[in-house]
Design a protein around this ligand. Sequence first.
Ligand code: P6P
Length: 315
Amino acid sequence: MPITLNSIAKQGSNGSAMMPIIQGVGRAAIEISALLRGAVFHGALGAAGAENVQGEQQQKLDILSDEIFLDEMRATGFVCAVGSEEQEELLVIEEYSHANYVVLVDPLDGSSNLDIDGPVGTIFSVVKRKTCITDQPHVSDTLQSGQEVIAAGYVLYGPSTMLVCSVGEGVHGYSFNPASARFELSHPDMRIPASGGYYSVNESNSEDWLDQMGDKLDGMKKESKLGMRYVGSMVADMHRTLLKGGIFLYPADSKNTTGKLRLLYEAIPMGFLMEQAGGKAMSKDIAVLDINPEALHQRVPVYLGSVAYVDLLLK
Ligand code: P6P
């Protein structure tokens, strides 16, 4: 009998509360996957003609995926608010403003790959609200360090659609099975290899990197002899790093002096998964999960991967 997302209910002390929310992520993933595969026939590719709060061109599919994700979080009945990379402000779910959980999401990460049919992903994390259930959810409910994360994961829309997640009891991968139309456990207890794999970075920025990162990376490359792979879609690059080992990094540079990747929507969920899989997640000289967020769309440099390579890079 295949193991489905229902089994999450049995994972540790948070599994039963997180299972309905992760099932909601699974429903959104199935809808978004179908949307992506049919987009070219419905004029849904290309830019929406608006910018997100980051000043980046929003793709039509960014907006559609965000709407799908919000609807499925609402349908769980357990989520009081959603912080989305695509929304400037916190989205309160009025019908469930008394619910306990807040979800942070990058609904369609790597969407610049859509027009070249590259892999993209959804990245999410769940925290328990700090405000009383009788109050309105507040942006302060989202500004919690990665130590407060109860669940996190990603969906990879690639040759297969895969949901990789953790509720604090290790990392487990569930692949969508078209025959049964549901996610089934395909990668139990994912652990990042201690050695081997690839380094993954956009080296075209290296002349502009801060914190002597160019010299540090040269040193790590010489000593580790790692090959290089870079998709330009964080979910794809992180999924390969989890499976094969190595390191994914996005340093701060003179254009993005605090880093490009978002703390709440990318660094914390991926850092949580990386640590749960036996890896390391650093941002400059502090662990990603120890950063206290100050703003909904805060950006940070990230160095995520096998312990030995993160230590070698940052020594
Ligand atoms: P660059 C996608 O826009 C994203 O947020 C991540 O998915 C990805 O890792 C990174 O930015 C790619 O950035 O500057 O290399 O195109």
